[in-house]
Design a protein around this ligand. Structure first.
Ligand SMILES: [Zn+2]
Length: 119
C-alpha cells in the first residue's frame, strides 16, 4: 500500500459514510469483510463505494480494477484448484457494481465555484 498522502479531492478508497466509521474492508488473502464476514465487497462496502464514487464512474472503475486484480491474485494463490471463483464470477463480483452507479449529479465533494462577481 502506498504511503503517499492522499489527494484531498479524491474519495477515500473505502468510504465510511454509511457504516459510521466501522471498517467494512476486505481481509486478505480470502477477501471477506473484516466486520461482517461477507465476500468483499460486502453489501455495506458496495453501498459505501456507490456513495463515495457517485458521478465518478472512471474513478470507481479504476478502484474496482485494482481490487479485482488483487482479489484474483490472492484467491488463486491461496485456494486449491477448483476452489476459487471463476474469473467471470470475480469479474461480476467486482465490476457488477458499476451497473448500480448513478452517473447523474456531481461528485459528493464538488462545490460550486464562488461567483466571480463577488470577488
Ligand atoms: Zn461488511
Amino acid at each position: 500500500m502506498s504511503t503517499r498522502p492522499r489527494r484531498p479531492d479524491l474519495p477515500e478508497p473505502w468510504p465510511t459514510g454509511i457504516s459510521g466509521g466501522a471498517l467494512h474492508v476486505p481481509a486478505r488473502p480470502m477477501w471477506r469483510c473484516k466486520r461482517c464476514g461477507e465476500e468483499s465487497p460486502c453489501s455495506t462496502q458496495r453501498q459505501e463505494l456507490l456513495l463515495g464514487y457517485q458521478g465518478m464512474r472512471a474513478s470507481l472503475s479504476i478502484h474496482l480494477g485494482m481490487m479485482f486484480i488483487d482479489c484474483m491474485g490472492d484467491l488463486y494463490t491461496c485456494l486449491p484448484a477448483g476452489g476459487a471463483p471463476t474469473p467471470g464470477e470475480l469479474y461480476e463480483r467486482w465490476f457488477g457494481l458499476l451497473a448500480e452507479l448513478k452517473t447523474d449529479g456531481p461528485p459528493p465533494m464538488w462545490k460550486p465555484q464562488a461567483d466571480p462577481d463577488e470577488w
